[in-house]
Design a protein around this ligand. Structure first.
Ligand code: PRP
Ligand code: URA
Length: 209
């Protein structure tokens, strides 16, 4: 599937607030949660339904419920954690895995996994990998490769802001993964930051700078 840029007005408005350097950590965290909730709503639009019969207080009704694979959310540590509450508010019964990677500062592109704990039935689930930033794509490409290695077969990626390079890298490395982002920015700068972007998502969510 061609990567999807969600252009819902609420998503665009909230991402603009996230971009503002004067938005403090508390508001930033809340906004990341709200945008993630809206993106999850859009990204689950194609979940299959099945018809069931239930008894309302008035009559028997033929109605629909979600069918097929159950969901799992896997935030990429650390900034992906900021998206978790928002997506869980949409799908509270989903299971949650975690994957942690850090980038090798000496060469900027190699990533090292330092943590991975996934639901034991990950191979049977529809997996949504969460990371607010898709910059070079190194973190998400490697995280998804590790998640696949542990058995996941059906994966979608939800990000808030992407650079063209990251979107291309992720799509080329994992053409089977549906990619949803809230904004496609202009470029990366020499430090690998998205321009105009929103800065370091982890630092802004957790107030570490
Ligand atoms: C950020 C972000 C992504 C990664 C994106 O994490 O949350 O995981 O950078 O960059 P890439 O596409 O070039 O790999 P970072 O490595 O800064 O760690 P953090 O979440 O702990 O802040
Ligand atoms: N990671 C971030 O948090 N922000 C960027 O712009 C790039 C990578």
């Amino acid at each position: 599937m061609t990567p999807m840029i969600f252009d819902h007005p609420l998503i665009q408005h909230k991402i603009s607030l996230l971009r503002n350097k004067n938005t403090g950590s508390k508001e930033f965290r809340e906004l990341v949660g709200e945008v993630s909730m809206l993106m999850c709503y859009e990204a689950t639009r194609d979940l299959p339904l099945k018809e069931v019969e239930i008894e309302t207080p008035v009559a028997l009704a033929k109605t629909k419920v979600i069918a097929g694979r159950k969901l799992a959310f896997v935030p990429i540590l650390r900034a992906g954690i900021g998206m978790l509450d928002g997506v869980l508010s949409m799908v509270p019964a989903a299971k949650v895995g975690h994957i942690g990677l850090y980038r090798d500062e000496s060469n900027g592109s190699t990533t090292h996994e330092y943590y991975c704990k996934l639901p034991s039935d990950i191979n049977e689930r529809e997996v949504f990998v969460l990371d607010p930033m898709l910059a070079t794509g190194g973190s998400s490409c490697d995280a998804i490769a590790q998640i696949k290695k542990r058995g996941a077969k059906h994966i979608k990626f939800i990000g808030l802001v992407a650079a063209p390079q990251g979107l291309k890298a992720l799509h080329e490395a994992h053409p089977d993964v549906d990619i949803y982002v809230g904004a496609l920015d202009e470029k990366l700068n020499e430090n690998g930051y998205i321009v105009p972007g929103l800065g370091d998502a982890g630092d802004r969510i957790f107030g570490t700078k």
